[in-house]
Design a protein around this ligand. Structure first.
Ligand code: NAP
Length: 331
């Protein structure tokens, strides 16, 4: 039987999410990979338990996570039932999303009210819970009026099936409109989930400013560029890595010689800081106070522990920051 660590709240910082009442752990765990029906259930369960023991209260899912799509939610539901009974649910922030393809026909993806609300019902059923804490529009829909998508999020909250609304992969312009509509509807947007890492910096071109101005939190996904921003690919592509797996979203073709040269240089700076590269990449994102939490993935408890330990050295000197910028100019 699982007994969560009594020290679980002793070292993780919790940051206020925008101007809301919710605080999120500096590090959150995503279940995109490693929790599907193709994965080892007990490994995933051990990762979730260890995460909670170390103060990670926020677990991020989506309808399509697996593979097979939906099975990460099913497995997470099993973990909740086995290990997080009683009042422990009240210590968790569980999010899910809808936006990508889940079922055939015209109502199985994108941003219509029909799709979003049906999908949320399916997610709750798979996880075996009456509500999620955050329900996201996973991607903007070019064909559905943004008002319809936001009204569906508002309804999800009013119906009690979600406590907060979020958006993901929205540009600064789309985010600005979406946030204003949600505000008018009386359901403030809690958070935006964009892709952001040392290798993917589009959010610095105005999105972070919009979120700060409007009091919305930011939780970057793939902060390690799916594992590239670690030392794992420095000597080739390990057989068990995401780039080698058929179910992994990181393509072998993305592990280029040029990228590896850059990673080696970043790794050297991390070593001088007495950190792993993964730790430096996470600390580098968290130094910006507009970042509420970084949303990591992990395929083992060891990786999870390594990543959480980034909190031991969060400060960068100007010299280090300049050196990193010089390297990233070539990325
Ligand atoms: N909103 C969206 O559209 C969207 C899209 C993608 C992801 N997300 C969310 O963001 C979460 C994180 O995304 P991500 O998994 O791509 O994040 P990531 O943290 O960039 O990559 C995680 C992967 O990197 C490797 N790794 C992690 N720590 C390591 C370490 N210390 N040493 C060596 N390798 C390490 C592992 O891959 P190996 O298998 O190679 O070990 C791990 O599965 C997802 O689970 C999901 O919740 C959201």
């Amino acid at each position: 039987m699982y007994h969560p660590s009594e020290k679980r709240y002793s070292s993780m910082p919790y940051n206020r999410c925008g101007k809301s009442g919710i605080k999120l752990p500096a590090i959150s765990l995503g279940l995109w990979h490693n929790f599907g029906s193709v994965d080892d259930f007990e490994n995933g369960r051990a990762i979730v338990r260890r995460a909670f023991d170390r103060g990670i209260t926020h677990f991020d899912l989506a309808n399509n996570y697996g593979p097979a799509p939906g099975t990460a939610e099913t497995n997470f539901g099993k973990i909740l039932k086995k290990d997080f009974g009683g009042h422990l649910r009240d210590e968790l922030i569980i999010s899910t999303k809808a936006g990508y393809l889940m079922w055939p026909g015209p109502y199985g993806e994108w941003g219509s009210r029909k799709y979003l609300l049906s999908s949320l019902d399916q997610s709750l059923k798979r996880m075996g819970i009456p509500y999620v804490d955050i329900f996201y529009s996973h991607r903007p829909d070019p064909d559905t009026p943004i008002e319809e998508t936001m009204m569906a999020l508002d309804y999800a909250v009013r119906s009690g099936k979600a406590l907060y609304a979020g958006i993901s992969n929205y540009s600064k312009e789309q985010a600005s409109v979406a946030i204003d509509i949600l505000k008018q509807l009386g359901t403030p947007c809690l958070i935006h989930q964009p892709k952001y890492s040392m290798f993917e910096r589009w959010v610095e071109g105005g999105l972070l400013d919009v979120l700060e101005e409007k009091g919305v939190g930011c939780i970057p996904f793939s902060p390690l560029a799916q594992g590239l921003l670690t030392d794992k690919y420095l000597k080739g592509i390990p057989k068990t890595s995401r780039a080698a797996k058929s179910s992994g979203h990181l393509q072998k073709s993305e592990v280029t010689k040029e990228k590896i040269e850059i990673i080696k240089k970043l790794n050297a700076i991390a070593a001088e800081r007495k950190q792993s590269l993964a730790q430096m990449a996470l600390a580098w994102l968290l130094k910006d106070k507009r970042i509420t939490s970084v949303l990591i993935g992990a395929s083992s408890v060891k990786q999870l522990d390594n990543n959480i330990d980034c909190l031991e050295n969060p400060v960068f000197s100007d010299v280090e920051l300049l050196a990193i910028e010089e390297i990233l100019k070539k990325a």
